[in-house]
Design a protein around this ligand. Structure first.
Ligand SMILES: [Zn+2]
Length: 121
């Protein structure tokens, strides 16, 4: 199996964590909250903003690593104009749930991020 490029293993247990050596993005595979449909959740986070996530029935380390292998350099891009110059702004917290806002410097599109759970912070 080929090596994963650009992702460095940082932690193995209880969460599996990788850091992208080029962009500094984090990738985590952690137990999901009880209310979540799947028991495990893998996510790639840029500045705490989830740019990709997927649920897993088990701690699917191999499936997660395969997903990272396909994504050597995650980028945050605007869903409106596909511009890559997007900035993550402040966050609002509602008890353990944290939500971030991001803004496109090209077209001004603004959106709330998905909810970021405690384990991802
Ligand atoms: Zn835009």
């Amino acid at each position: 199996m080929p090596r994963i490029t650009n992702w460095r293993l940082e932690n193995r247990t209880p969460t599996l964590e990788y850091r992208n050596t080029e962009t500094g993005a984090r990738a985590v595979l952690h137990r999901a909250p009880d209310s979540y449909r799947y028991k495990w959740r893998g996510a790639i986070l840029v500045d705490g903003y989830p740019v990709w996530s997927r649920g897993y029935e088990t701690k699917g380390a191999t499936a997660f690593r395969n997903a990272l292998r396909d994504r050597p350099a995650p980028e945050l891009s605007c869903p409106e104009c596909l511009n890559g110059d997007v900035v993550v702004r402040g966050k609002t917290a509602d008890r353990e749930k944290v939500q971030r806002w991001f803004e496109c410097r090209n077209c001004g599109y603004e959106a709330a991020s998905e909810i970021v759970y405690g384990a991802e912070r």
